[in-house]
Design a protein around this ligand. Structure first.
Ligand SMILES: [Zn+2]
Length: 274
């Protein structure tokens, strides 16, 4: 484990890019072998806005990375944060770091974005994909990337995680997100067993169903525990799932980068729950 943390402590931008591109390539290939839905779409054309938003996510995270580095170094040097307060074995410290960063850096901002109206309009960009596949994982408006970054930073300060743990967490988070958005069909039992530990593909797809209350469920990214603990876990048969959001169901508009960038500043078109 020390070796793994050492690797992530010194991980280069090249290695981080390899994880990102490797993940997309891997799940992209698997999608054509065991698809969950046989989408009638042009895969590459569909991926364009999603890859654009993946790129803006990289730019945001790359530009702000110094804040994460400085904070993680500072908490480590000053023994600051909950995890540094107790004398716990190294392995437990790392596991707890990843586990709790998943709560503060992913579950929490995701939950809040579903509950606060303006933040929901930012998050709509992610939900307005009508063909959820592995490229949907990072379909986030740049403002959402900033929000998620801020919560991860908050997590580092509260928990006192070292930069090695932060980069390990971010890499697992990225791969898990690509995995649970991927348009893949795992054997039902396997998906079910996995969903007791991590967010499985079938579990996350429920969150992308176009109507309430399913949209407001299964907020988790890596661990499914948080949804089960906070009572936000829901199930729905994959065959019943329709992707998108009922209040913004214009499939053409939802593929246009300009419209998506402008989405948070548009007046909501209907008076539904959102
Ligand atoms: Zn969501």
């Amino acid at each position: 484990m020390i070796d793994i943390i050492y690797f992530f402590e010194n991980i280069s931008s090249l290695h981080r890019s390899i994880i990102l591109i490797g993940g997309i390539t891997f799940f992209w290939s698997i999608e054509s072998i065991i698809p969950l839905f046989k989408f009638n779409y042009k895969k590459l054309k569909h991926a364009i806005p999603n890859l654009f938003f993946t790129l803006t996510t990289i730019v945001v995270n790359f530009s702000l990375a110094f804040l994460l580095l400085t904070s993680a170094d500072w908490v480590t040097a000053n023994n600051f944060g909950i995890l540094n307060y107790f004398e716990i074995p190294f392995l437990i410290n790392v596991l707890l770091g990843v586990f709790l960063l998943d709560l503060i850096g992913a579950y929490l901002p995701h939950y809040i974005q579903h509950k606060v109206k303006f933040l929901w309009r930012i998050h709509l960009v992610h939900h307005s994909d009508h063909n959820v596949d592995t490229t949907t994982a990072n379909r986030h408006h740049p403002l959402e990337s900033i929000i998620r970054f801020a919560f991860t930073l908050l997590g580092v300060l509260i928990l006192g995680t070292s930069i090695g743990v932060v980069f390990l967490y971010q890499s697992i988070s990225l791969i898990l997100s690509q995995f649970n958005h991927a348009n893949i069909k795992l054997p039902l039992n396997l998906d079910n067993v996995l969903s007791f530990i991590i967010v499985s593909p079938d579990m996350h797809k429920v969150h992308h169903h176009y109507v309430m209350p399913y949209t407001d469920s299964n907020y988790g990214n890596i661990f499914s525990f948080w949804d089960r603990l906070f009572g936000t876990h829901m199930s729905l048969e994959p065959s019943k799932i329709i992707y998108g959001v009922d209040t913004f169901f214009n499939k053409e508009e939802n593929q246009k980068i300009n419209s998506l960038l402008y989405r948070p500043f548009e007046k909501p078109k209907s008076k539904s729950k959102k």
